[in-house]
Design a protein around this ligand. Structure first.
Ligand code: UDP
Ligand code: MG
Length: 325
């Protein structure tokens, strides 16, 4: 199969990235020009508090292929990429980080694979540079835990940097959930996939926008939106605890029959009550996590609010701002 590429859409979220924005365009534009097709770079300004928007407007004036969706506040990277997917009109769509951690040099390789007939070409990290041991460790295990628990197969060590055919993007637009865990959603839609390896470099400028609390919540979204195991596991655990308690009860009765009543064990009673109290609280907590997400879904709020869009002349439909289908 040899597909004809007419237009390529790049999606880039920007959150307080004024220091690296110039280099980003400097590095990516030559690669896009080398492909000799029309292109657009959809920059989503995710409520930056620095001068990111001024930088983006400057680059838009220089190069009208740079288009801007300006959020009314910070909605998070997942919302930013979701917005970009809605506005993208290319035959292929590539989300890429604005901090140059995803190398633009890989774009021609991704396109080659697409031309061979693959609908999704994921970029797999063979190494991560400039990240702390703890970040690497947590990232590595996160991907493995989620793979084990999730109902769909989420590829290991693959971020959002990937190429998607426009039919994949269309399929994604039918997923209306508000808790957006894109890695899971990308896996859920399926299609013909292949991966190419790359080395993840250190951030070019600025600092990572994630802290461990944000990452923890991100991981929870990933697990809870793509697995019901945490809800179900408690019945098995409860059964196990109750069964053990029953066996222990039989043992105590037999002991009383043969040896009589000994000193009442306050300690063991206390331990058992506290242990089971803790287990029950965890169970309730798990229910709470799911209910909180159901609550967010039923409110049906849009995923983001764009206060302004710059550079789009084609008509785009804003599916996420509508309810239901
Ligand atoms: N980002 C965003 N909104 C946020 C946090 C991050 O749009 O609330 C963007 C950020 O500008 C960058 C990308 O998401 O382009 C990845 O963020 P970062 O480099 O901080 O994450 P890391 O690479 O450390 O996982
Ligand atoms: Mg980064």
């Amino acid at each position: 199969m040899n597909r004809q590429l007419k237009k390529i859409s790049i999606i880039t979220p920007f959150y307080n990235e004024e220091s690296g924005a110039d280099e980003f365009f400097e590095r990516i534009v030559p690669h896009l020009l080398s492909l000799k097709t029309s292109y657009e770079i959809i920059c989503v300004n995710d409520g930056s508090r620095d001068k990111t928007i001024e930088k983006l407007v400057f680059h838009h004036k220089k190069n009208p292929n740079v288009k801007i969706v300006d959020f009314s506040r910070n909605f998070g990277k997942e919302a930013a990429v979701s917005a970009g997917l809605e506005y993208a009109t290319g035959d292929v769509v590539i989300p890429i980080d604005s901090d140059l951690q995803d190398p633009p040099e890989l774009i021609p390789t991704l396109i080659e694979k697409w031309k061979e007939g693959y609908d999704v070409v994921t970029a797999k990290r063979s190494s991560r540079q400039g990240e702390s041991f703890l970040k690497k460790f947590t990232a590595k295990h996160f991907y493995r835990v989620i793979r084990y628990m999730s109902e769909v197969e989420i590829p290991v060590d693959v971020g959002d940097f990937r190429l998607m055919d426009k039919k994949v993007v269309k399929a994604l637009s039918t997923m209306k959930e508000k808790n957006r865990f894109l890695k899971g959603m990308f896996a859920w839609v399926g299609f013909k996939q292949i991966d190419v390896e790359y080395e993840r470099h250190a951030r070019f400028k600025g600092s990572s926008k994630w802290n461990y609390w944000k990452l923890w919540n991100f991981a929870l979204d990933g697990i809870l939106m793509f697995s019901t195991m945490p809800l179900k596991i408690w019945s098995y655990f409860g059964f196990f605890v109750s069964f053990s308690a029953f066996v222990y009860l039989i043992y105590r009765i037999i002991r009383v029959i043969f040896k009589g009543v000994d000193v009442p064990g306050y300690d063991s009673t206390l331990v058992i009550i506290l242990f089971l109290g803790g287990i029950q609280l965890i169970g309730i907590g798990v229910l709470g996590e799911y209910i909180a997400r159901i609550f967010i879904e039923v409110k049906g709020r849009p995923i983001y609010i764009a206060k302004e869009t710059i550079g789009f002349n084609e008509k785009v439909t804003h599916s996420s701002n509508k309810r239901g289908n």
